[in-house]
Ligand binder design. Structure first.
Ligand SMILES: Cc1cc2nc3c(=O)[nH]c(=O)nc-3n(C[C@H](O)[C@H](O)[C@H](O)COP(=O)(O)OP(=O)(O)OC[C@H]3O[C@@H](n4cnc5c(N)ncnc54)[C@H](O)[C@@H]3O)c2cc1C
Length: 387
């Protein structure tokens, strides 16, 4: 067992850290205050990140992506967690794995432009009546006499909807059958609703989408008919490891660094607050939990690289990393005292931003259910060292 990072991995970490510190951090306050990222900044950070080879790291090299292993990818995603959602999207891209099922004409139309960052894509599964129960969607697509698909329904909470050029949309194509379609913005009958204002993640729009008999060519069907649920769930598995698990570890690390710095500088009763045992306990607990979460993330990524089924490990990561982040930001607010609650410092923003990690990409309750069901079925295999 070798837990060390190689030179290339260390270099990747340094490059991303420097890029975030020099190019992204200076944009964070304005993004938070205005709730919007100017197009010129978005273009600039995208171009700079691409020049450093940091865009679409999860996509194969032959398509122009980073071609990274899962381990290398999550090492990078952990660093992305040091900045904010919208800047991650524009600088590094959120190119979703189901696109790799593109075939024939779909490759040039949707896959390659997404990997190049020429076209942005969002994933749209959730509806107002179907969240955790992703199979309970009402949006449906039916064949018309010309062999095209006619899409009807609506979605909500769609991250990055405003910046996206096309959408991966899950829709029922039969009573018990769900398929996935690539739907271009601007098609007749496709309208974008309001930006649903959120507690955190300022700057990232979360939109309602409406499909009123949108006619789709056959080429818009991604993968096989009826494979949509599998595609969506398969994609979200990797997404929740990388974009939730690893980023939560990165964000918790970032907040912990701020916490330690503050505890070293701030003096009360003539001494550093970091010398008080009750403050030290909060720091120690944070460091312990972050390290545990990190190794869980790395182990799950390693399993994916070995071709092993890591669904249960990723469910555990999702719960533990998200909840660790929540506890760490809560302690940070406490250690910063009134300044932790005050908008003059970013700690209160991290506190708000952290809350969604326990909800999106499957709530903690849903993942605990998955883990418990597996353990009850398979026995100790989930926590047996010989597995
Ligand atoms: C900021 C943000 C960004 C998002 N981005 C996207 C996106 O880009 N694309 C997309 O498709 N979706 C997106 N979502 C949707 C997100 O994935 C859902 O909100 C999430 O899956 C939960 O669904 P829900 O909100 O409908 O809650 P519900 O499913 O209604 O759950 C409500 C409560 O009931 C509990 N519950 C439900 N079922 C069970 C059960 N079986 N056992 C125990 N408890 C249960 C839940 O844990 C939760 O506590 C986003 C949401 C937000 C807030």
């Amino acid at each position: 067992m070798d837990f060390s990072l190689n030179d290339e991995q260390k270099m990747m970490i340094d490059t991303i850290r420097r890029f975030i510190a020099e190019e992204l951090k200076p944009l964070e306050d304005a993004l938070e205050n205005t709730g919007a990222l100017p197009e010129a900044d978005a273009r600039r950070i995208h171009t700079q990140s691409k020049a450093l080879g940091l865009y679409a790291l999860n996509m194969p090299a032959e398509l122009g992506g980073g071609g990274l292993s899962n381990i290398d990818r999550i090492i990078c995603e952990e660093q992305f967690g040091h900045t904010t959602d919208m800047l991650i999207r524009r600088a590094f891209g959120n190119v979703y794995e189901p696109l790799l099922h593109c075939k024939g004409a779909q490759i040039d139309r949707w896959l390659k432009p997404a990997v190049a960052g020429a076209r942005t894509c969002a994933i749209t599964i959730t509806e107002s009546g179907a969240g955790s129960d992703a199979a309970g969607i009402k949006t449906h697509a039916k064949r018309n006499e010309q062999g095209q698909w006619v899409l009807k329904g609506s979605k909500h909470f769609i991250s990055d909807g405003e910046w996206s050029d096309f959408f991966l949309v899950s829709a029922k194509t039969g009573d018990k059958e769900i398929s996935m379609f690539m739907v271009d913005k601007g098609l007749a009958g496709f309208t974008v609703g309001k930006d649903q204002k959120m507690m955190g993640l300022r700057g990232t729009p979360h939109l309602e989408l409406f499909f009123d008999n949108v006619v789709l060519e056959d080429v818009a069907l991604l993968g096989e008919q009826g494979q949509g649920f599998k595609l969506a769930m398969g994609a979200l598995n990797v997404v929740r490891l990388a974009q939730v698990g690893a980023r939560a570890v990165g964000k918790a690390t970032h907040v912990c660094e701020m916490m330690v710095e503050y505890a070293s500088d701030r003096k009360q009763f003539g001494q550093r607050i970091g010398d008080f045992q009750m403050v030290q306990q909060q720091i120690a607990d944070s460091v312990i939990e972050i390290n545990a979460a990190r190794w869980m993330v790395y182990q799950a990524a390693w399993m994916l690289d070995q071709g092993l089924d890591a669904r249960e490990q990723i469910a555990m990561v999702k719960v533990h990393a998200a909840e660790t982040l929540g506890r760490v930001v809560d302690r940070a607010v406490q250690i910063f005292g009134g300044m932790g609650f005050c908008k003059e410092l970013p700690v209160e923003r991290y506190y708000r931003d952290a809350r969604i990690y326990r909800i999106f990409d499957g709530t903690s309750e849903i993942h605990r259910g998955v883990i418990a069901k597996s353990v009850m079925k398979k026995g100790a295999v989930l926590f047996d060292v010989n597995r």
